[in-house]
Design a protein around this ligand. Structure first.
Ligand code: FUL
Length: 505
């Protein structure tokens, strides 16, 4: 790009950021066409965009359960049990960095109510534990290590609290929860994500707490305007299962009902002993295709996050040391999350020493190696690229292989069958297609087909529905000297920011 187009692109991005709207109202009785306009008008906010670009980050589940072998404890375990012998947050952060992750989300408080920082809101915390003679602050240690190594930090704070005496007395507990948020969001530097779990296993005779979520959101926006609020929150959607799988189609532009807290809570895991990492409905479900938009009051930008654990449990259990997910399985998860228009939040639970186990580290590093090797060489860089049509000033050519977030190809608005064609001087092999849509201008693509030309004819190799921020298709290794992508369904002229063909290693 020359100087002038760089300045223009920056200006454009600035204007878009100012006008980005992640909520677009639809008037009652609106026509299909008007609803579609709203679906196209909805855009990621700047904080959603920054979060989406992180792609891969990790969870740390660590707390009182680490020392009792439990997944959900009821808040009665004595705090004295919390006693890691060699805790080293640096080791966690270095492992995440080496794995290629961009951030770390720490369970500051899980459902049992045990707080990993010396909070003023309860005595059920590290202060009452022997760890660092009751002087420890794990949130501080993680925050410091993250800053030192350039990893972003996020906080998981469970709304469900099985220890706090005020839980169930709605106004009193809401104030406690706001106080906890205030402590976490003012004393530890910048946070990129606040994670609110929808799980609650109180059962029919349990306590009923009416959470004042709106007040939690207002507080977070004030204290940490850059942080996204996930799951029981307006910015980031739980993909709907804990098995590491996104959908096809995976729409980020969705009818507002997708953010209903009631539905999220109802679908959240209710009983950890059963079906924990078993895929539920997410695979087949479709949340945002055209026929599902009817009667919506508004469209929202609500992108998906895939959360899953590297082990069978969220917390560490020594008897799961040989059950760390295989590198093949983790690689598969990479493709069904990051490769399916979602971010990946992979849980790595430290052990009772307070260290990440060697088995987990080995698989994480091996995964990174595979991904890095596979995506090191974009074969398209040596191709001649030609689009059937180009929107004014948006030619396919180098724009889609230049790794520039702002330069892109757009098909002409009149083109009913947009195609980008690639030709190579010699036969070339690949088994991965990567596409990134210019989501700053909304999510548009509904269907696409990848074809190669051999023996005088075009043959379909793979196809997908949505693209969104990033889509990766896997297929059998195929050799060709000409290939093309046909966009067979779209809501407005497709815009591609990056495209790549790769051969897996
Ligand atoms: C679930 C919780 O119940 C699990 O224990 C874990 O924290 C997971 C990330 O979310 O809803």
């Amino acid at each position: 790009m020359n100087k002038k187009s760089i300045i223009l692109s920056c200006l454009l991005a600035f204007c878009l950021a100012l006008s980005a709207q992640n909520y677009v109202a639809v008037s009652p009785g609106a026509s299909d066409e008007d609803i579609l306009k709203a679906a196209l008008a909805v855009r990621p906010s700047e904080r959603q965009m920054n979060w989406q670009e992180m792609e891969y980050y990790g969870f740390i589940h660590f707390g009182i359960n680490t020392f009792t072998g439990q997944e959900w404890s009821d808040g009665t375990n004595p705090p004295e049990l919390f006693n890691p012998t060699a805790l080293d947050a640096e080791q966690w952060v270095k492992t995440f960095k080496a794995a290629g992750m961009k951030g770390m989300i720490l369970t500051a408080k899980h459902h049992d109510g045990f707080c990993l920082w010396p909070t003023k809101t309860t005595s059920y915390s590290v202060q009452k534990s022997p760890w660092r003679n009751g002087q420890g602050d794990l949130v501080r240690e993680v925050a410091d290590a993250c800053r030192r190594h350039g990893l972003k930090m996020g906080i998981y704070l469970s709304p469900w609290d099985r220890n706090h005496p005020t839980y169930g007395d709605s106004p009193a507990y809401n104030q406690i929860f706001r106080d906890q948020l205030t402590e976490l969001l003012t004393n530890y530097g910048e946070m990129f994500e606040v994670w609110f779990d929808g799980a609650n296993g109180e059962g029919p005779n349990g306590k009923v707490q009416q959470y004042d979520f709106e007040s939690f959101y207002t507080l977070i926006r004030r204290l940490q305007p850059k942080a996204v609020i996930a799951i029981m929150g307006p910015d980031v959607r739980w993909v709907g299962n804990e098995a590491g799988r996104g959908r096809d189609p995976e729409w980020s532009a969705l009818p507002v009902g997708a953010a209903s807290r009631r539905t999220i809570a109802e679908n959240s895991q209710q009983n950890v002993t059963e079906n924990m990492f078993v895929p539920k409905d997410a695979r087949g479900a479709d949340l945002g295709s055209r026929h599902l938009l009817k009667d919506t009051e508004a469209m929202i930008w609500y992108p998906s996050e895939v959360d899953t654990s590297i082990r069978p449990g969220w917390f560490y259990h020594a008897n799961q040391d040989d059950k760390v997910k295989s590198v093949d399985k983790l690689e598969d998860i990479y493709y069904t999350s990051i490769g399916m228009n979602s971010t990946l939040l992979l849980n790595i639970p430290p052990d009772q020493r307070g260290l990440i186990h060697d088995n987990d580290i080995k698989h994480l590093l091996e995964l990174r190696k595979r991904i890095d090797n596979t995506f090191a060489n974009n074969i398209l860089k040596s191709a001649k690229i030609k689009a059937k049509s180009n929107g004014r000033k948006y030619s396919a050519n180098r724009n889609i292989t230049d790794a520039d977030k702002l330069s892109f190809w757009r098909a002409a608005t009149t083109d009913k069958d947009p195609v980008i064609e690639f030709s190579f001087c010699k036969p070339t092999s690949c088994d991965r297609l990567l596409l990134q849509e210019n989501i700053r201008n909304g999510q548009r693509i509904e269907n696409f087909i990848f074809e190669v030309y051999n023996n005088g004819q075009w043959k379909k190799v793979a196809e997908g529905k949505t693209v969104g921020y990033k889509r990766i298709l896997r297929f059998e290794k195929t050799t060709f000297s000409k290939a093309r992508i046909r966009f067979t369904g779209f809501r407005a002229a497709p815009e591609i920011i990056e495209a790549g063909l790769y051969l897996s290693k």
